[in-house]
Design a protein around this ligand. Structure first.
Ligand code: SAH
Length: 254
């Protein structure tokens, strides 16, 4: 190459929940065109299989179980773009729903790297939906909250006001909520939520091995343990979760 290298472009791309057919047309094209794809495991095995090994860089969990520091990923995005690469930062679901896309956008802007965000279908909606659970329902609920179940343990006070969420009467969708399920179901119960409120766990939604487990606010921790539900999974809390029972025989993937 002669002369100065032109700066490349970074695409912050949502992969959707995992079924390759739920990639947007744009995401699919960019996966083919990118020089490098930075990813973690959340897009799921079927989507990651679409990317040739020599164009993939895993910035998820490292050997030993530690997460790659966000600072490393940020720096790597800038570096690859400055070398002239077309870079895809592939995120499970949508890039800005608990995806740190907000931080990456600011980093790229500060470093004057051209970038574009390519929305994806978030698991917060798709997860419940493919299990037969609409996150809103004209007859039952008119609001839905998307919440992280993964609290920073160094925080003195919970960043999530579970009492206020219970008071909305709307659907609560918890991401990263498998481990702390006992804590927040207890908090919701204490805040006055009916212990009979339906709750569903949707594990690896739209992946080939998707599983769904259902219970109530009172029973769901035992259900999780009995079925050994593991991340990634979505927790849906609210009357809408009860609708699954009425449609389940027509759904696949259990
Ligand atoms: N940006 C992502 C969310 C990232 S946070 C999105 O929009 O979907 C990571 C959490 O997302 C996981 O802990 C899990 O709660 C949820 N998640 C992502 N993909 C999932 C899938 N296919 N099935 C179930 N949960 C999923």
């Amino acid at each position: 190459m002669s002369g100065q290298t032109a700066v490349g472009k970074v695409y912050l791309v949502g992969s959707g929940p995992g079924d390759p057919e739920l990639l947007t047309v744009k995401a699919r094209r960019l996966l083919d065109e990118a020089d490098v794809v930075l990813h973690d495991k959340l897009p799921g095995p079927e989507i990651l299989d679409l990317i040739p090994e020599d164009r993939r860089e895993d910035v998820g969990k490292r050997a030993g179980g530690e997460w790659t520091p966000q600072e490393y990923t940020n720096a790597r995005l800038v570096e690859l773009a400055q070398e002239g690469n077309t870079v895809v930062r592939l995120k499970g679901g949508d890039p800005t729903v608990f995806g740190r896309g907000g931080e990456e956008m600011v980093t790229l802007a500060e470093n004057e790297i051209p970038f574009e965000v390519v929305p994806g279908i978030t698991s917060a909606i798709a997860g419940p939906e493919v299990a037969g659970i609409p996150v809103t329902h004209r007859d039952h609920v008119s609001s839905v909250s998307f919440v992280t179940g993964h609290e920073d343990p160094t925080k003195d006070e919970s960043a999530v006001d579970w009492g206020a969420l219970a008071a909305t009467g709307g659907t609560i969708v918890v991401l990263m909520g498998v481990g702390k399920l006992p804590d927040y179901t207890a908090a919701l119960h204490e805040a006055g939520m009916d212990p009979e409120t339906p709750v569903a766990l949707v594990e690896r939604a739209t992946w080939p091995d998707q599983r769904v487990a259902t219970g109530t606010l009172e029973t769901i921790v035992d259900v999780r343990d009995a079925k050994d539900i593991e991340p990634p999974a979505i927790t849906v809390i609210g009357t809408v979760a009860g609708q699954r029972a009425r449609v389940v025989e027509f759904l696949e993937g259990d």
